[in-house]
Design a protein around this ligand. Structure first.
Ligand code: ADP
Ligand code: MG
Length: 304
């Protein structure tokens, strides 16, 4: 099959791992920098160009869209979908997952356990939103942050108010969340491929850090997850409409709570810690699903 990996950089671990896995399984794989693509929208035959080259003949795309380029990246993915190309994750699902509030609302509606979360626009609501999540300590997050940037732990009510005011001053959208202290600076990353958790790791923040992101110096180790964690992760991915997802859970006193669902989860931490060929499983998913008879059932394909 002819597979395109939509990624800005061939040398990134995840991109390279997917590329190698595709080649190993006998496919024709190409890494395409989606920011260099342009699209022709007006004709009946939607098309995508990379410079002068018209991109055609692809059976599947693997989107690895950076958080900074969600808008344009998703438009490229959508264009491929409209050309009838199978996308491992659909554009609608990717844009959903990039908005933390929207994701939490979708998950809450379906009864997924979440940390108590509040969201407000009016600065006069600051006191109430802190109160609603149980008072300080409280976690404050930028709605579109990633890799732990824009996630702050405010230890006192005063600190929480200052942080909220500072973010507001920047006109940023934020949410406040109950701090799950008992998680001990660790979270569980469940890697879901095609409706199954294929690998899981525990990420532990470095000393004195409540954020467990590997980009913030956290370390990964292999972990056994409970059946409840497994079903929470697969349900969360399904609700988001993601075939490939990194579902992050916190182990709270009231069971697993979902913190976020990632649509371009990194492969380095998970493959290194577990020794599993996760990239190979993603290619295998394409092999199964590109077959039209088992086409994705999320009903958002090619839609706005
Ligand atoms: P990002 O998208 O930037 O990774 P997250 O929402 O995943 O943002 O938060 C980053 C990290 O902060 C998480 O991996 C987790 O370790 C920690 N964290 C986030 N929210 C909470 C919370 N409510 N309680 C405890 N720890 C949290
Ligand atoms: Mg995270």
């Amino acid at each position: 099959m002819k597979i395109a990996i939509l990624s800005r950089n061939k040398k990134l671990y995840s991109t390279n791992s997917l590329y190698e896995a595709g080649i190993r399984r006998g496919h024709d794989v190409r890494v395409i920098d989606y920011l260099r693509c342009h699209m022709e929208i007006t004709s009946l035959r939607p098309s995508i160009y990379l410079g002068d080259e018209k991109l055609s003949g692809f059976d599947a795309v693997i989107p690895r869209i950076g958080a900074t380029y969600t808008f344009f990246g998703c438009a490229v993915v959508r264009q491929f979908e409209m050309m009838g190309v199978y996308s491992v994750n659909e554009s609608v699902a990717i844009s959903r997952s990039r908005d933390k509030l929207r994701s939490l609302q979708l998950l809450a509606r379906r009864g997924i356990g979440l940390p108590v979360t509040t969201f407000a626009h009016d600065p006069r609501a600051t006191e109430q939103i802190i109160k609603h999540v149980g008072g300080a300590p409280v976690v404050i997050k930028l709605l579109e942050g990633t890799q732990g940037v824009g996630v702050v732990l405010a230890e006192t009510k005063k600190a929480a108010e200052s942080v909220i005011e500072a973010f507001r001053g920047l006109n940023a959208n934020i949410l406040a969340q109950e701090f799950i202290k008992e998680a001990g600076g660790a979270d569980i990353r469940c890697f879901v491929v095609g409706g199954k958790v294929v690998a899981a790791i525990k990420r532990q923040g470095k000393d004195g850090e409540f954020r467990s992101n590997l980009h913030r110096g956290g370390s990964a180790s292999i972990v056994r997850i409970t059946p409840e964690e497994r079903s929470t992760a697969t349900r969360a991915a399904k609700i988001m409409g993601l075939n490939v997802a990194g579902v992050d859970l916190l182990r709270s006193n009231h069971g697993p709570v979902v913190m976020e669902v990632n649509s371009s989860p990194g492969l380095e931490g998970i493959e290194t810690a577990t020794g599993k060929d996760v990239a190979g499983m993603i290619i295998e998913l394409i092999e199964k699903h590109s077959d039209k008879s088992t086409e994705s059932k999320t009903r958002t394909r090619g839609k706005g």
